[in-house]
Design a protein around this ligand. Sequence first.
Ligand code: FAD
Length: 310
Amino acid sequence: GFDVLVVGGGPAGAAAAIYAARKGIRTGIAAERFGGQVLDTMAIENFISVQHTEGPKLVAQLESHVKDYDVDVMNLQRAEKLVPAKAEGGLHEVQLANGASLKARTVILSTGARWRQMGVPGEEEYRNKGVAYCPHCDGPLYKGKRVAVIGGGNSGVEAAIDLAGLVAHVTLIEYDSQLRADAVLQRKLASLPNVKVITSALTTEVLGDGEKVTGLSYKDRGKDVDHQIELEGIFVQIGLVPNTEWLAGTVALSQRGEIEVDHRGETSQPGIFAAGDCTTVPYKQIVIAMGEGSKAALSAFDYMIRLPAE
Ligand code: FAD
């Protein structure tokens, strides 16, 4: 068995594995896709101390840093079930899709999250070429340009307010007949001169010239009429879904399915920790995931050294 088994190989999991291995304890990392969301990212300009990098390049560096240590890296392995130890100090079990089962004294869950997609033509084709999901990451790339934000919940309205300070014009598109964000955010949004809100609108297509986004089509659901808007960027804000479906019933999850953790990264189950985008910790970012992963590993180590000798 492992002392620390990390499930998930994004920035949180990689950081957790490195911090654990540096304590000289038996460390493993099982990941469905090593690199996680970073693999799908183009320009990264907010990884502090690195002015500019690209997703696949950062993933290669994460991998080589992990491999500098004695870490058992199990890539292309999907965890399907977690069975917590029966008694404190016992072994937790993680069952994999391939039928194997891994045992460990502590587990760090870092399975990340995925942005809910619109599922319309052009969205996939123009991903990172005008279609974006993270205003903190990509907002500055649209300085002086026209963008749309899809989704009128809190994250959509926050994104629109944020972007309005950077870009020339923001069109916020909401499917429902009214915005769902908190009233205070809606008031702030309404006070901004360069934001237009369109409700009862279903986005139907991302338009582009083969290289980049040039606009979008939407259907006015009231009048059943199609419209087109010319713009350079589309921020999709219809939900970030944590990859925690497989954990339901084993560790406490929030209403949104995020793993509840305390300030040391411990879940509701003793000896099981979690870090990164799959948790309730706010602001889903690479540097934050790495910090949380490191913290979870140190907490796991702290937990282990207090267990009675085997
Ligand atoms: P993830 O990166 O999501 O990694 C999760 C890991 O868990 C993966 O290895 C995955 O395969 C694995 N996994 C999932 N389920 C299972 C399972 N059941 N069993 C085993 N393994 C599993 N952040 C920034 O700071 N700057 C940026 O510029 C930036 N740009 C972004 C651009 C895009 C297009 C996207 C999608 C995100 C961007 N982000 C950016 C956000 C950043 O990528 C995430 O905050 C970060 O990757 C979260 O790290 P994580 O380790 O928590 O999760």
